[in-house]
Structures are given as structure tokens and as C-alpha cells.
Design a protein around this ligand. Structure first.
Ligand SMILES: Nc1ncnc2c1ncn2[C@@H]1O[C@H](COP(=O)(O)OP(=O)(O)OP(=O)(O)O)[C@@H](O)[C@H]1O
Ligand SMILES: O=P(O)(O)O[C@H]1[C@H](O)[C@@H](O)[C@H](OP(=O)(O)O)[C@@H](OP(=O)(O)O)[C@H]1O
Ligand SMILES: [Mg+2]
Ligand SMILES: [Mg+2]
Length: 338
């Protein structure tokens, strides 16, 4: 796996690349790859942008919506099925289709995606990795799952020795807005008001900057985003309670072109990201995901993985149009060779 260029400069479309894409357009190539997709309307809007569709068509890739009201067996044939829908029924539809059409490439297998639907199991995979530490150490924040009874939280937190502040995250990630409703807790006591099942995760100071590492098959791209600011000891003496916080790192503002302290802004070394991405790709059996990585403030090379997302917001990844279309072409070509 290879990191695709240095940290990206900006994912904000300045229109220049659009002109280039149009200038290169000669005529649509014959369709070589049919991609059937099952995506939420939000995902469709953010990912299947007109510029992307146009470039894909020029390369011989056609995107066809899957009609969820009709049997999948009556649709297609598809070379690739691209999907991000939750639910057992949908997973079964894919499994059944794959049984009849073993040649279809499913991005990605429902069983593999399942791992990322639970914030505990998603990070356990990282904790189990035994990566060489020449380029830095990769760990996960200490965390505790509260499956049901929130009244037991103060005791359990004390028993587990977790230190405040704590990030409170819903255990299950199902694509709903609710599963991204996060809180920062400055003490244990108000936690009992929150909804279970939840994960309590130690907050790691990281200078307010996060690295989003996007994986598309063999390609890796890293972007810098703003994150939550550090919490000082002084804050801890003054503040108490639980506060909901917005989706800071998925906001539109990129931290790529901003002047920041280099010890905070410097992305993790490419070899570290390459080995991390490769290992997670193998262990998870996924080709489309991203990894949220932070560097513990005050250290040179202590990295924490705090989140992994299936089929993330590629629409915000620079050059995703080219990277994704090349990925699809290579994928189908290597499948044909097999
Ligand atoms: N343990 C942690 N230490 C420090 N900051 C954290 C931690 N966990 C989460 N954060 C901050 O909260 C943000 C949201 O957390 P997380 O990425 O787990 O949520 P999410 O809802 O899954 O987000 P995404 O939109 O990336 O799927 C992170 O991007 C980061 O800014
Ligand atoms: O681009 P990052 O910062 O990784 O955040 C993504 C989330 O991780 C994904 O869960 C979102 O996709 P879904 O709304 O399909 O779950 C995804 O939504 P999008 O594809 O509509 O942008 C993003 O919000
Ligand atoms: Mg995240
Ligand atoms: Mg996430």
C-alpha cells in the first residue's frame, strides 16, 4: 500500500481540476465496468458528484442505482456492488446475490463491515496489531463499555482506573446522526444521565489537530482536520459535568493550509501509515475505510487511533475522483485475470 502524495493541500474544489477533466474529455468510453450502488441519499449526494460521474463515464465506468424494492437477482448484471446500508436483511440480499454471482465484487463484504459498527470491536483490532515501532507507537485510548446500567458508571470507571476527561460515544455506529452524538465528561457523576450502551474513552490531548487517513484499495491519502482542543489540568479543576460536542473533525473547514506549530501539524510518517493501513486492510477485510489518528501532545511519536469508518466521506478527499475510478478499473481487471 502506498501513501498517495504528501498531506493534501485542500479538498475545496477551486474549479481548476474540473476544467482539466472537461478538457480531457473526448467521448465516453465503452462501458467496461458496471457498478450497482445502494447508498443513502446523503451518501449519494456527497459521493456521486457530477464531476465524478463524468470522469467515471469517460473511463468506461457506469453507476447504476440498485432498486431496493425489486429483487436484486432481477437487476444487473453488475461487476461491482458498492453499498453502505445497515440492516441484516440487506446483508442477506448481498450474500444471496454473491452465491449466485460469485464473480461480483462486493465493496465491502457485510461481515467485514460489521466490525466497524461497534466502537469497541473496531479499536480492538488496532490493539491486537503488533506493529514494528521504528516510526512510532500506535495505540488506542483506554476505554470501557457500559452495556446497560448507567448508575454503575462511577464505580466501574473508578475500578477500571479511567481518568477524566472522558469522551462518551454511542457503542453502535449505524450511520444515524444519533450514533455520532458525542459528549465530553469532566467528571464521572453526570454520566449516569446518558444513554447506554456507550463507550467511555479517555480523552487524549493532541493539540487540536487530527489526521484522517483515507484508504481506497491500495491507495492511502492523509488530510489534516481540526479537532477538539486540549483539556488542561486547570480546566479540570474549574469545569464539571457532561457537554455535548459537535462533529468537529468532519466539518467542512480543512486544517491543511493553516499555519500550525509543526510539532502538532506534521502528519505521521508515511511508512507508519502504510503499515497501519495494510494491516487493518488485511485484518478487517475491507478496502474502503478511513482511520482517525491523533498524536499525543508533547510526544514525538505516540499515535492513537480513535475511530475507523467504513466508506467514509470520500467526497471530501482530494483527488478522490481519480483515485476511486482507477481503483475500480484495477479491481475489475485483476478479478478478470484471476
Ligand atoms: N479519545 C479521544 N481523544 C481525543 N479526542 C477525541 C477522542 N475521541 C474522539 N475525539 C474527538 O472527537 C471527534 C469525534 O470522535 P469520533 O471520530 O470517534 O466520532 P465519530 O462520530 O465516529 O466521527 P466520524 O464523523 O469521523 O465518523 C474526533 O474526530 C476527535 O476530534
Ligand atoms: O469524512 P469523515 O470525516 O470520515 O466523516 C464521514 C463519516 O465518518 C461517515 O460516517 C459519513 O458517512 P455516512 O453518513 O454514510 O455514515 C460521512 O458522510 P458523507 O460521506 O456524507 O460526507 C462523513 O460524515
Ligand atoms: Mg471520527
Ligand atoms: Mg466514526
Amino acid at each position: 500500500m502506498k501513501l498517495n502524495g504528501p498531506i493534501s493541500h485542500s479538498y475545496l474544489d477551486d474549479g481548476k481540476e474540473e476544467e482539466e477533466t472537461q478538457a480531457k474529455e473526448v467521448s465516453s468510453a465503452a462501458v467496461r465496468v458496471v457498478v450497482g450502488y445502494a447508498l443513502t441519499s446523503k451518501k449519494k449526494k456527497s459521493f456521486l458528484k457530477p464531476k465524478f460521474i463524468r470522469l467515471a463515464r469517460n473511463k468506461g465506468i457506469e453507476f447504476v442505482p440498485i432498486d431496493l424494492k425489486r429483487p436484486l437477482s432481477e437487476q444487473g448484471p453488475f461487476d461491482v456492488i458498492l453499498h453502505k446500508l445497515a440492516g441484516k436483511d440487506w446483508s442477506q440480499v448481498i450474500v444471496d446475490y454473491k452465491r449466485v454471482h460469485p464473480e461480483v465484487i462486493v465493496l465491502d463484504p457485510p461481515d467485514a463491515i460489521q466490525h466497524l459498527r461497534n466502537r469497541q470491536s473496531m479499536l480492538e483490532v488496532v490493539a491486537d496489531l503488533e506493529l514494528p515501532d521504528h516510526y512510532g507507537k500506535v495505540c488506542i485510548p483506554r476505554q470501557l463499555v457500559i452495556p446497560k446500567d448507567p448508575t454503575s458508571i462511577p464505580d466501574e470507571v473508578a475500578k477500571a482506573g479511567l481518568r477524566v476527561p472522558l469522551v462518551v460515544k454511542p457503542l453502535v455506529v449505524d450511520g444515524s446522526a444519533k450514533s455520532h452524538e458525542l459528549f465530553l465528561a469532566y467528571d464521572h457523576f453526570s454520566l449516569s444521565e446518558l444513554e447506554t450502551p456507550m463507550v467511555l474513552q479517555e480523552f487524549v490531548n493532541h493539540g487540536g489537530v487530527l489526521f484522517k487517513v483515507f484508504i481506497v484499495g491500495e491507495s492511502i491519502k492523509v488530510v489534516r482536520r481540526f479537532s477538539l482542543p486540549d483539556v488542561t489540568n486547570c480546566d479540570l479543576t474549574k469545569i464539571s459535568g457532561v457537554f455535548r460536542f459537535p462533529r468537529v473533525s468532519s466539518a467542512a473547514a480543512s486544517a491543511d493550509n493553516v499555519d500550525l506549530d509543526p510539532s502538532i501539524a506534521e502528519p505521521p510518517p508515511p511508512p507508519l501509515l502504510e503499515v497501519l493501513a495494510r494491516e487493518l486492510h488485511h485484518r478487517l477485510g475491507l478496502r474502503l475505510f478511513n482511520i482517525d489518528v491523533i498524536r499525543k501532545n508533547g510526544t514525538k511519536d505516540m499515535y492513537y487511533v480513535i475511530d475507523i469508518n467504513y466508506f467514509p466521506g470520500y467526497g471530501k478527499m482530494p483527488e478522490y475522483e481519480h483515485i476511486f475510478t482507477d481503483f475500480l478499473l484495477n479491481l475489475v481487471q485483476s478479478e478478470h485475470k484471476k
